[in-house]
Design a protein around this ligand. Structure first.
Ligand SMILES: NC(=O)c1ccc[n+]([C@@H]2O[C@H](COP(=O)([O-])OP(=O)(O)OC[C@H]3O[C@@H](n4cnc5c(N)ncnc54)[C@H](OP(=O)(O)O)[C@@H]3O)[C@@H](O)[C@H]2O)c1
Length: 288
């Protein structure tokens, strides 16, 4: 008798804010979940909430600090026994300060989480699942990943990275006729713990400081809209707060001839070695 293999949606940063509500939104769709963040108590609460409403859903908890590279590899390896369907990188944080004054301990952690962990997890997931129909990678960038916001220059730069990396990956997957879709969600101000963390305070007041903002439930609904669409970018307009979906937005140097070259390069370069903890992409020099 044939039975269907259980598939999972992985959500990092699921202990709070956008990740937390995205987990509930995907559970409502009947999706089994892997939820990850540092605070295990919050993940336990989320799991209880989900199981109360959707008892048929399987929820796997993974407490992990993703700002530590070794943990990132271990976290991915711990999921190898599961069949994954969707990967959502929501774990991330911001910082408001000038470049001259910014706290470099906080900044180096932010770069490791927002850029390093997201890149490694995306690459491993793409390596293993790019040819599996129905798979999706959704990376959470920001409206600040398309527009530079004063006093948040370094944070915005990390999110420009997320946007360009994910848009570039989307082009690459299309050129390779891969089955996986890569997408970017770029929310604007959203009432979460983000404000507290970015400002190093305990009671950041979105109502006082922002005329308009979204709730994390609204942003989770945008994410689901992007998930259901064929578009690559879902972005909240910083002026109107409307949500719109687009094809990739950054200038792209690819042409159809270039894409064929990408395809040939990818075919010649299929061999990705996972050596111990490190991912080594066996790559040849080629002109881009
Ligand atoms: N809120 C906004 O206005 C806004 C706007 C645009 C984009 N975004 C982006 O949206 C994403 C989600 O943020 P949010 O607004 O939902 O903020 P949030 O409520 O602060 O959630 C951030 C999540 O990231 C997790 N996280 C932080 N450091 C981590 C680490 N070292 N290892 C593992 N997980 C870690 C947190 O969990 P633990 O603390 O338990 O680890 C939490 O679950 C972020 O990428 C953020 O940059 C937010």
């Amino acid at each position: 008798m044939e039975y269907e293999v259980k598939k999972y949606t992985v959500i990092t940063g699921a202990s709070s804010g956008i990740g937390y509500d995205t987990a509930k939104t995907f559970a409502a769709r009947g999706k089994n979940l892997v939820i990850a963040a540092r605070r295990k108590d919050r993940l336990d609460t989320l799991k209880c909430e989900i199981l109360k409403k959707y008892p048929a859903v399987d929820v796997v908890i993974k407490p992990v600090d993703l700002s530590v590279l070794e943990n990132v590899y271990q976290f991915y390896s711990s999921l190898r026994k599961l069949r994954l369907e969707t990967w959502i990188n929501s774990a991330g944080f911001g910082n408001y300060d000038s470049v001259a004054r910014q706290n470099l301990r906080k900044i180096d952690t932010m770069i490791r989480l927002n850029i390093e962990a997201l890149t490694i997890l995306s690459s491993l997931f793409v390596h293993d699942y790019k040819d599996v129909p129905g798979t999706q990678l959704i990376n959470i960038s920001s409206a600040g990943g398309y527009t530079i916001v004063p006093t948040a220059v370094t944070y915005c730069a990390t999110k420009f990275y997320v946007s360009t990396f994910t848009e570039g990956l989307a082009w690459e997957l299309k050129a390779q006729h891969a089955k996986m879709q890569a997408k970017v969600l770029a929310p604007a101000a959203t009432k979460t713990e983000f404000g507290n963390v970015a400002n190093d305070i305990a009671d950041y007041d979105y109502d006082k400081l922002f005329g308009t903002y979204h709730t994390s439930q609204q942003v989770a609904a945008f994410l689901l809209e992007l998930y259901d669409s064929q578009k690559t970018v879902g972005i909240v307009d910083r002026e109107t707060f409307s949500f719109k979906m687009y094809e990739p937005l950054f200038p792209y140097a690819g042409s159809s001839a270039h894409n064929q070259k990408v395809e040939r390069h990818a075919a010649a370069n299929e061999k990705v070695l996972l050596e111990g903890q490190s991912l080594s992409l066996q790559s040849r020099e080629w002109d881009i």
